[in-house]
Design a protein around this ligand. Structure first.
Ligand code: ATP
Ligand code: MG
Length: 553
């Protein structure tokens, strides 16, 4: 997709750094914690970090921030790698923060030796109490003035597993009266007797995020460490560690606003809860805002990348309307999705004057947006299916589709005129009868006679039974996170499964993940639950574009 080069305050900083010679290259990283699947918010960070590296001929690493042994898993590591690649990016180096555990430990020992860190044995409750509040300064821990020797010996004990979880922490000695609470002697290392997904039982002390992150950045030679706004208040600490340890050419942390989207949640903790409590069918449920869910739903990497570029990078938090993401998906699929005819909610249409037993092929355009894709042959026959919604026995004003005595066009087929209906014992329409005009093959009449409605259809004798899954928003409100319990806002009617839909034979040629446009209905993606002769489609998105409608110039 050819777009103009993005411009934002981060790129301005980089331009300036390159101009003044502060930097002679650009190195970024994307640092997910492998404690869940990636979501569309991560996609924004990925597009930004990898996009900048590409634009400046620099590098971008994938770094798993795996400093918390309790919540991390290799399933997540694999899914993250897969999702980054699927989005169209390739990392230069792939690392784990746990690769640096030995080096980080040595840095911590260095801080102790400088008199800049101490082992504190206050209980977690006491630490909280001593920390003070936003309006009151904290007070010094009674352990703050231990000798270097004592601290080294205690830290060694922590490392050797001689102390219990929570009984001691290593803390930076900064300033308990700092207006920034993060600077009030933050923890550097804590004790966790837990098995780590990479390092197993090698360690029972684990570094805290702030300590590990800035030093991992510096070990990898990162120049611009881009993160979200909530870390702004951690920046002084990020810089303090680097400065105190005398790191040359230290990385620079730059914060941008995280992406929020209406009608969904974007915290891994909440997404995990949706999965474990079975509100959805797994991380890749098409209703999830995860990359895996969006892929399964039929969103394309191009659409997601374009969306991330269009929304831009800002310094203040805001919320993007879900309809804009959907608009980007629609725009992309409109260009690339092949059109086919599928009748989601079928009713029989019988052409009384069409010869019994006859079938013929008509030609349908594959994609009117791209005529290079040519035409395909569709079988036409005496008995067809059309959608129930395309018929009204007593048409209301503005309804131009099929109704008694009315002539309409069958797309790429013929003009047909409704002659009557047959109902079952419950009064439900069982079949609709019509006659066709043989002179209108292809859907045009030689005498210039016009019809208002054009319907899609499939041959009842040459079609495939399909299952169609229709998705609505997973939540009943625009901001589920604002609810006391976001789970109370889950929309339990967000998945509707329709069985017995009828599709053109060409669906047999589709592969899992292919997206097509069901004419007049929407975009649909072939799901992995499909089996031989029984395709299952996820509705990616309906055709109607609410965003474009509201934003028409
Ligand atoms: P969550 O809050 O969903 O648990 P996180 O920030 O803890 O997300 P990480 O795995 O730590 O998730 O995130 C990896 C990177 O992605 C970080 O640099 C983070 O700032 C960025 N990121 C996470 N969520 C968003 C978002 N909504 N918008 C933009 N960037 C995000
Ligand atoms: Mg995190």
């Amino acid at each position: 997709m050819e777009t103009t080069k993005p411009n934002d305050f981060i790129r301005d900083i980089i331009d300036e750094d390159l101009k003044t010679g502060k930097r002679d290259h650009v190195a970024t990283r994307f640092p997910p914690e492998p404690n869940g699947y990636l979501h569309i918010g991560h996609a924004k960070s990925i597009c930004l970090n990898f996009g900048i590296a590409k634009q400046y001929n620099g590098t971008c690493n994938l770094r798993f921030d795996d400093t918390n042994p309790c919540k991390e898993d290799t399933e997540y590591v694999d899914s993250i790698m897969n999702d980054v690649k699927w989005l169209g990016f390739q990392w230069d180096g792939m690392y784990y923060a746990s690769n640096y555990f030995q080096k980080l430990y040595e840095y911590a020992v260095e801080l102790i030796k400088m008199g800049k860190a101490y082992v504190c044995e206050l209980t977690p409750d006491q630490i909280r109490e001593y920390r003070g509040t936003l309006t009151e300064p904290g007070k010094n821990s009674p352990y703050r003035d231990r000798s270097v020797e004592e601290n080294l010996a205690l830290f060694e004990k922590m490392k050797n597993g001689e102390l219990e979880d929570g009984s001691a922490v290593l803390r930076a000695k900064i300033d308990m009266a700092s207006p920034n609470i993060n600077m009030r002697d933050p923890a550097i290392y804590r004790i966790r007797h837990a098995t780590h997904h990479k390092t197993g039982d090698d360690w029972c002390i684990y570094p805290m995020y702030d300590f590990a992150h800035c030093l991992s950045d510096s070990i990898e030679g990162i120049t611009h460490s881009i993160c979200t706004l909530e870390f702004e208040i951690h920046r002084p600490l990020y810089n303090w560690y680097l400065e105190t340890l005398g790191i040359k050419n230290p990385p620079q942390q730059i914060e941008f606003a995280r992406l929020n989207i209406t009608g969904t949640v974007m915290s891994k903790r909440k997404l995990l809860q949706l999965v474990t409590e079975h509100h959805v069918n797994g991380w890749d449920d098409p209703r999830m805002p995860t990359i895996a869910g969006m892929r399964r739903r039929g969103f394309t990497p191009e659409a997601i990348r374009n969306f991330c570029e269009q929304i831009g990078v800002a310094k203040a938090d805001s919320t993007v309307d879900m309809s804009f993401l959907e608009h980007c998906v629609r725009e992309d699929l409109n260009k690339r999705a092949k059109r086919i005819m599928v009748v989601v909610n079928p009713v029989k249409l019988i052409i009384d004057n069409y010869p019994e037993g006859q079938t013929e092929e008509v030609e349908a355009i594959n994609n009117p947006e791209n005529m290079d894709e040519g035409k395909r042959k569709v079988i036409f026959s005496k008995e067809l299916y059309i959608d129930r919604d395309d018929f009204m026995e007593e048409p209301v004003k503005g309804f131009y589709r099929m109704a008694p005595d009315r002539e309409v066009r069958l797309k790429a087929g013929y003009y047909v005129k409704c002659t009557g209906v047959v109902k079952d014992e419950n009064g439900e329409i069982k079949e609709i009868h019509c006659t066709y005009d043989p002179e209108t093959k292809g859907g045009t009449s030689a005498d210039g006679r016009k019809v208002k409605g054009t319907l899609h259809w499939v041959s009842a004798t040459n079609c495939v039974d399909t299952e169609v899954r229709l998705y609505e928003s997973l939540f009943n409100c625009q901001n589920p996170s604002a609810a006391e319990n976001f789970l109370d806002t889950v929309n339990h009617d967000s998945l509707k499964i329709v069985k017995g839909s009828k599709a053109e034979l060409c669906v047999n040629d589709l592969k899992v993940g292919d997206v097509v446009q069901f004419e007049r209905t929407g975009y649909f993606c072939l799901d992995k639950d499909s089996t031989e002769g029984h395709p299952v489609f996820n509705r990616t998105i309906a055709l109607k574009d609410t965003w474009a409608k509201q934003n028409k110039k």
